[in-house]
Design a protein around this ligand. Structure first.
Ligand SMILES: Nc1nc2c(ncn2[C@@H]2O[C@H](COP(=O)(O)OP(=O)(O)O)[C@@H](O)[C@H]2O)c(=O)[nH]1
Ligand SMILES: Nc1ncnc2c1ncn2[C@@H]1O[C@H](COP(=O)(O)OP(=O)(O)O)[C@@H](O)[C@H]1O
Length: 190
């Protein structure tokens, strides 16, 4: 049996990664989603083990030291990381998996899985990005400003990715990502 394909979806905070991934879940039930570990506090409605594995800083450092993370990064004052075992087992069992992670982590994954497919989600404009973060209502003003500064740095690293997808409308962005997934399955492996 052939191995599954590893997809990585990155993009600035507020661009719509979570929204697009939820929409993809409805359309591609066989695509597996990696649940990350984080030291960030849960937002209202977020569930441990579903949105994230919420960890204390010490628990997270333990996971790092025990090599349980495929990659990790510090982002706007918190740690985020991908549990390694789940990704490896999913791929071994022949299923595709998608990681929704920021750029520093994505570049670490690229070192370990150069055969992975790296997709960058872009906002229609920076003004629209800011409106979406404000509209979501989960961040205070200082965090919004910090996330906007990081966003510009992240967009500057887009050339390390294989595909750029603009999230103008959720349905269109999903369709583009679905097309990428289909194309990657049709690719002749060199
Ligand atoms: N490197 C890395 N980044 C992650 C991971 N999980 C989430 N992120 C990224 O961390 C950033 C902040 O995530 P979050 O606090 O949930 O904010 P949001 O993406 O704006 O909803 C986003 O860019 C996520 O894609 C992970 O396991 N590793
Ligand atoms: N294509 C879109 N058009 C308008 N608003 C969107 C679109 N995609 C996402 N949003 C909204 O933008 C906000 C941020 O989306 P979210 O999925 O939380 O982003 P991320 O996971 O990238 O931080 C949410 O309020 C969401 O409803």
């Amino acid at each position: 049996m052939s191995k599954g394909i590893l997809f990585v979806l990155s993009g600035p905070s507020g661009v719509g990664k979570g929204t697009v991934c939820s929409a993809l879940r409805g359309k591609l039930p066989d695509l597996v989603y990696s649940v990350s570990a984080t030291t960030r506090s849960p937002r209202q409605g977020e569930v441990n083990g579903v949105n994230y594995f919420f960890k204390t800083r010490d628990q997270f450092l333990d996971m790092m030291q025990n090599d349980q993370l495929l990659e990790y990064a510090e982002y706007v004052g918190n740690y985020y990381g991908t549990p390694r075992d789940f990704v490896e087992k999913t791929l071994e069992s022949g299923n595709d998996i998608i990681l929704e992670i920021e750029v520093q982590g994505a570049l670490q994954v690229k070192q370990k899985f150069p055969e992975g497919v790296f997709i960058f989600l872009l906002p229609p404009s920076l003004d629209e990005l800011k409106d979406r973060i404000i509209g979501r209502g989960t961040e205070n003003q200082a965090t919004i400003d910090h996330r906007m500064t990081v966003a510009v740095d992240e967009i500057n690293l887009m050339q390390h990715y294989d595909y750029a997808v603009v999230n103008d409308q959720i349905d269109c962005a999903c369709k583009r990502i679905e097309s990428i997934i289909i194309a990657e399955h049709c690719k002749i492996k060199k």
